[in-house]
Ligand binder design. Structure first.
Ligand code: CA
Ligand code: CA
Ligand code: CA
Ligand code: CA
Length: 122
């Protein structure tokens, strides 16, 4: 019985219940503990994101959106990307993304995004 208990995977996400509870602290009855749209298994083993947080790096863009929608790094905050999104510059992200390497938004970067903002309006 003990062996059976140790191999059971209730939610079928590829991680054993015993590991979910003791090792990863994820919900053994839910494939997607934090509800961000990415399975616990993929978060832990593929993307290295936090299976308990929908937004691993805390930049207010969910893990799912970073990986599948914007192609940004879900493990590193992207202040410029966030800033651009807040200004409705989704289609200019390819210009903004290279700016965020240091995880900080300096003055020039801010001005650059503002410039895009202005262009968009005209
Ligand atoms: Ca499981
Ligand atoms: Ca998840
Ligand atoms: Ca997550
Ligand atoms: Ca994020």
């Amino acid at each position: 019985m003990e062996i059976y208990r140790d191999t059971v995977d209730s939610d079928g996400d590829g991680i054993r219940d015993v590991d979910e509870v003791e090792k990863y602290h994820t919900n053994p009855n839910s494939k997607d503990t934090d509800g961000d749209g990415i399975d616990d298994y993929k978060e832990i083993f593929v993307y290295k994101t936090n299976p308990l947080k929908a937004d691993t790096d805390g930049d207010r863009i969910s893990d799912y959106e970073e990986i599948f929608k914007y192609g940004t790094d879900p493990l590193k905050p992207n202040p410029n990307v966030r800033y651009a999104l807040d200004r409705g510059l989704e289609s200019y992200l390819f210009l903004v993304k290279p700016l965020d390497d240091d995880g900080m938004q300096d003055k020039n970067e801010k001005e650059f995004v503002e410039l895009l903002s202005e262009n968009k309006k005209s």
